[in-house]
Design a protein around this ligand. Sequence first.
Ligand code: SAH
Length: 242
Amino acid sequence: MERDERLRAGLDELGLPYTEEQLDQLHRYYDMLIETNRVMNLTAITEYDDVCVKHWLDSLCLVKILSEEEKASSLRLVDVGTGAGFPGIPLKIFFPHWSITLMDALGKRVRFLERVASELNLDNTECIHGRAEELARKEEYREQYDLCVSRAVTRMASLTELCVPLVKVGGSFVAYKAADCGEEVAEAGNAIIKLGGKIVSKETFTVPQSNLGRTLIRVKKAAFTDRKYPRGGGKPMKDPIR
Ligand code: SAH
């Protein structure tokens, strides 16, 4: 079986056209991930097919909810708590005309991402070490992004406080959540409103080439975020907005 059979089938299912060069970028990313994973904790998923499905195709599920205009525009994307680069790096590989900012609180992961960006020749890719709630208080990051994405970082009520302040009015925050996230999302209802957001869609899919469920929640930024948010000192996590 050819190495990329499942990956190619998955990309076809997502309706994402690709070049051999893009697959080659994924191969180099995979090699760096596995090699670096020996000396630091980047991922528990290491089999090639599993990485293709659970990291890459899952990250790319965003395409299912993007408008044609978003896909084609030179939008500015921020990935909060990107870890080893998910979903930000696969998105940059398939939407090379986007500008992306990868944020993570762990310095050694950010240094890994800088090496990946350089090795894969990713332009307009910024890797920032810091906590999103601190960065979102700075003018250079606050309300600067068309799109904010985040996967597997924290519960929706807390995550909203980290992410919505980074988004421009008119832009969106998309949370990658489990298929059964109803309770978590309900609990975040007030936080979303207080931060200037509004849930505009909640769609559940199966990740291509798997039976894994994935829900993407799109929060549209309807109004500027009050300057009192995000709160510092770990408050968004310890004491989520109610
Ligand atoms: N998004 C990746 C990583 C998830 S692990 C994936 O889906 O595989 C969660 C990551 O979020 C960790 O790398 C952690 O360092 C980072 N993180 C947690 N809280 C954060 C915060 N407040 N600001 C920025 N990064 C944070």
